[in-house]
Design a protein around this ligand. Sequence first.
Ligand SMILES: NC(=O)c1ccc[n+]([C@@H]2O[C@H](COP(=O)([O-])OP(=O)(O)OC[C@H]3O[C@@H](n4cnc5c(N)ncnc54)[C@H](OP(=O)(O)O)[C@@H]3O)[C@@H](O)[C@H]2O)c1
Length: 265
Amino acid sequence: MWNEKVVIITGSSIGIGRSLAFEIGKKGAKIVLNARNEDRMNKTYEEFKTNGFELTACSGDVSKYKDCVKIIEHTISTYGKIDILINNAGISAEGTLEETKPDVFKQIMEVNFLGSVYMTRAALPYIKQTRGSILFVGSLAGIHGLGNYSAYCSSKMALTAVVESLRKEVHGTGTHIGIAYVGFTENDPEKTYFDNNGHVKALPVREKIKQVSVKKTVLQLMRMIEKRKYKSAFTPLGKLNAILNRISPYIVHNILLRVYRKNRN
Ligand SMILES: NC(=O)c1ccc[n+]([C@@H]2O[C@H](COP(=O)([O-])OP(=O)(O)OC[C@H]3O[C@@H](n4cnc5c(N)ncnc54)[C@H](OP(=O)(O)O)[C@@H]3O)[C@@H](O)[C@H]2O)c1
């Protein structure tokens, strides 16, 4: 299914995006790498090129619409079509609403939400032509708001709304739209996050939280595209969260309140 497919993966210099590019590239797809930091992106490009992958790279900030258009134009001029867009680029942020500087909310929404919307808008005419797929990389944090993560949760929850609207708008065109509620995944050592002052910091290893391997998350994301799945919550905790939240958001609220209080003390 992947052979000769043209796949754009935003935020693919490190982490889940990089690993997605690796696994999909191994299957013979033509990969378009993207990230803001050109040096880091080019390092990944060179490494994959040495592995014999067919790929290209286009730097750009997905929170800027003109950069999204540039990425799409680069893809079309290089490969002539787009089969799959994976909206993976994202950043995390910590801090209560009260402590968090207003600009952090703006930046998180611009990258995690608008970045996915802008890329989708620019790519959609081409993906309709190939009857391809658009996958949004959401998070368990987008199912029910977590204390201390309101900016991040809002940006990921908003993706559900856009996916639900879009699915109706493309109905009958053969285009697949999906959203993955990704669970805690082992972080790339280079992963960063915004603190409540808007400072970019290295994310400490999350020792207390059970995490799945990047490869496991990546294979689940690929399976969603292969099976053209609409919504999927990853990890047992994520599946439980999604089911329980449908039955009783009140119970989920109480569980997450306890988690929040424990972590704040
Ligand atoms: N790791 C987890 O446990 C987890 C759990 C649930 C959901 N997710 C979601 O999975 C996705 C990937 O997470 P990750 O842990 O792999 O993140 P990561 O290791 O921090 O990698 C993020 C990637 O996105 C790029 N990026 C960031 N902002 C960008 C922008 N404005 N435009 C273009 N590229 C940008 C980064 O490169 P530059 O900085 O050079 O741009 C990097 O390549 C995110 O959407 C995240 O919210 C992760």
